[in-house]
Each structure stands twice: as structure tokens, then as C-alpha cells.
Design a protein around this ligand. Structure first.
Ligand code: NAP
Length: 325
């Protein structure tokens, strides 16, 4: 038997149950990973609350983890029992001691990247990879606005932007979070709970505004984000921390300066084995070179996943959070 977190109905953190289940044998093309660490992500909260529907209930939760391969299904060639691996995609169920998933979603870890770092950075780091290198291929010299700059994705984005020579203006909700984002390489920060973001961006950029806005806050920031863009700038709406953006009048993109908008996801970018591998190499290079370091600011036992989610949702975390099975 193996322990996992599951939920039989959607709702608050109280719907999460810590249960014992019979482990699933890997089928053809699958592997079972014995997790050493599990990554906590905002998307887990969207599934728990029902904003994103789980394929069926009861359901496991989580898509990010790292550990060792425990069993290998028929036809799997790139992995063997005992390999150290990490993953950030696939079926819900990473909040578990053992997780069975398609082997094509699993990558081998270089020796110098430990499992906790990998679990804290696969989903968030691959996301930053596609946001900064693919959704808008930053060359250096651009000015970008990145919301929630002291969070899991934000902390990696600050460091990666600095490495690219990009001026990242990060929004945060407290002086402590501002200091953290700046330590990570944010060129400037704005406390969006106290300051007028659009006016501050205007001052900081000498009226030029931003080439790209990366907005994972959603509902609360959608409109101000559009106002922070240059003409023909790109709005990247990639999350819903404050709720989903709804009822958009497409004409607003014309009114605010012939803007572009995209709503990307990791699964839309790491959609083939080849693309996942090349994105993972890029992320591992950034970690191995020390240009990006992963701040695991919170660790919780797996059994306390609900408590960990409450902290993430309550804006009480910084950097990455992991769950230890
Ligand atoms: N599309 C994709 O491929 C993709 C992949 C990964 C993550 N994401 C998105 O990226 C975002 C960051 O994910 P994460 O796991 O790294 O989380 P996180 O940034 O560590 O935590 C979310 C942060 O959002 C900010 N926030 C603003 N308004 C909020 C509200 N009403 N409720 C809660 N938080 C609020 C908070 O920072 P302040 O206190 O500083 O405001 C909070 O710390 C999430 O929206 C997630 O869905 C998208």
C-alpha cells in the first residue's frame, strides 16, 4: 500500500484526504516514480476548487515531483529502475508516495540536481522557460512587467530575466516580497496593493511602457496590465490567482494600442518529447550554471498538503513550496 492525497468533491482544503491505496502497476509506456519530493503549484488549487475540472472523482492531485524510478512498463526505453527523475506534466496524482505516469513526461535528472530542487522547479522553471524564451523570445534590453514576482514562478523569472539582460519590473504585495524579488534580479518592484501600477510603470520607463506583461494574477490585474503595455505590446495572461479573466471585449486591444494577447500553458509548449527535453535542458543549464537558484522557502509533510495550499492561496508563501512524502 502507498499513501496519497485525494479529493472526492471539490472545495476548500478540507476536501483533501490523506489515504492509503494499492499502487498502480505501470502499463505499457508508463513508469512508477517513488517521489522524494512533490512540487506545490497554484494549478493544484484550481483543480481542488473545481475551477479546472478533474477528469473524475475521487481524484489524485498534483503534477510535479521528483524521485527514483520504482517500476518500468513495457516498451519504455529511456528510463530504468533506480534512475533519478523529475516530471511536471501528466495525470493528476503527484501528491503521493508513488505516482504512475507516461514515461514520455518524465526526464532523467543530472547528477548535480537534487530531487528537492527538481520538484521545486520543474513545473515553475519550464513555465519560465517557455514564457521568456518562446512565448516572447526575449533578446535582452526589453522591459517587462511580471506579476507576483516573489512567488514560485516569479522568483525564477526574476533570475532568468536578469541573466538575459531584461529589465523586469515585478509586482508584489509587501516590502519583504519586494526585497526578495530585487535580490533575485528584478530591476524594479511595485507594491500593487499600495501603489498605482500604471503610473509607476510610466515613471520607471520614462513613458515608454513595457514590451511584454506576464500576468498570472488574472481577474484583478487584467485591465491595468493592458495599460502597462507599449503600442503593439504582448499581454501574456497565464494564470488565475485572483480568479479567471472573463467577459473580455476584444475591442479593448484596439483601444489600448493594437495589443497582442495570448493565454499559454505548459502543456501547450512541452507537447512533444522533443520539446520537453529541449526545454528541460535549457532549465537544467540555468540551474547548473548558477544563473537560477531555487529558493525552497516552505516544506510540508505530504499529509499537510491542505495547510500548504492554504498558505499558497493566502499569499503567505514566497519562492517554491514542496511536500515531502
Ligand atoms: N499557464 C501556465 O503554464 C502556468 C504554469 C505555472 C504557473 N502558472 C500560474 O502562475 C501563477 C504562479 O504560480 P505559483 O504556483 O508560482 O504561485 P505563487 O506565485 O507562488 O503564488 C501566487 C501569488 O500570486 C499573488 N496573488 C495576487 N493576487 C492573489 C490572490 N487574490 N490570491 C492569491 N494569490 C494572489 C500572490 O503574490 P503577492 O502576495 O505578491 O501578490 C501569491 O503569492 C499562478 O497563477 C499559476 O496558475 C501558470
Amino acid at each position: 500500500m502507498a499513501k496519497r492525497i485525494q479529493f472526492a468533491r471539490t472545495g476548500g482544503p478540507e476536501v483533501l484526504e490523506f489515504v492509503e491505496v494499492a499502487p498502480t502497476e505501470p502499463g505499457p509506456g508508463e513508469v512508477t516514480v517513488k517521489n522524494q519530493a512533490v512540487g506545490l503549484n497554484f494549478i493544484d488549487i484550481y483543480f481542488r476548487t473545481g475551477l479546472y475540472p478533474a477528469p473524475g472523482l475521487p481524484s489524485g492531485l498534483g503534477t510535479e515531483g521528483a524521485g527514483t524510478v520504482e517500476a518500468v512498463g513495457e516498451g519504455v526505453e529511456h528510463l530504468a529502475v533506480g534512475d533519478r527523475v523529475a516530471y511536471a506534466q501528466g495525470p493528476l496524482g503527484a501528491y503521493a508516495e508513488l505516482h504512475t505516469l507516461p514515461a514520455e513526461k518524465v526526464v532523467a535528472l543530472p547528477d548535480d540536481i537534487d530531487c528537492e530542487t527538481a520538484a521545486a522547479s520543474m513545473l515553475k522553471g519550464l513555465t519560465v522557460q517557455y514564457l521568456l524564451r518562446q512565448t516572447y523570445p526575449l533578446q535582452g534590453g526589453e522591459t517587462i512587467l511580471f506579476h507576483a514576482a516573489a512567488g514560485g514562478v516569479g522568483s525564477i523569472a526574476c533570475q532568468w530575466a536578469r541573466a538575459l539582460g531584461v529589465k523586469l519590473i515585478g509586482t508584489v504585495s509587501s516590502p519583504e516580497k519586494a526585497a526578495l524579488a530585487e535580490k533575485n534580479g528584478a530591476w524594479a518592484t511595485i507594491d500593487y496593493t499600495r501603489e498605482d501600477v500604471v503610473e509607476r510603470v510610466r515613471e520607471l520607463t520614462g513613458g515608454e511602457m513595457c514590451d511584454v506583461v506576464y500576468d498570472s494574477v488574472g481577474k484583478d490585474t487584467w485591465e491595468l496590465s493592458l495599460d502597462c503595455l507599449k503600442k503593439r505590446g504582448l499581454m501574456v495572461s497565464f494564470g488565475n490567482a485572483s480568479g479567471p479573466v472573463e467577459g473580455v471585449n476584444i475591442g479593448i486591444l484596439n483601444q489600448k494600442g493594437s495589443l497582442y494577447v495570448t493565454r499559454p500553458s505548459l502543456n501547450g509548449y512541452a507537447d512533444t518529447r522533443e520539446r520537453l527535453e529541449s526545454m528541460a535542458i535549457d532549465l537544467f543549464d540555468m540551474l547548473q550554471s548558477g544563473q537560477v537558484t531555487i529558493d525552497i522557502a516552505q516544506r510540508y509533510p505530504l499529509a499537510e498538503a491542505g495547510k500548504a495550499q492554504e498558505a499558497l492561496q493566502g499569499r503567505r508563501t514566497t519562492g517554491s513550496t514542496i511536500l515531502i512524502p
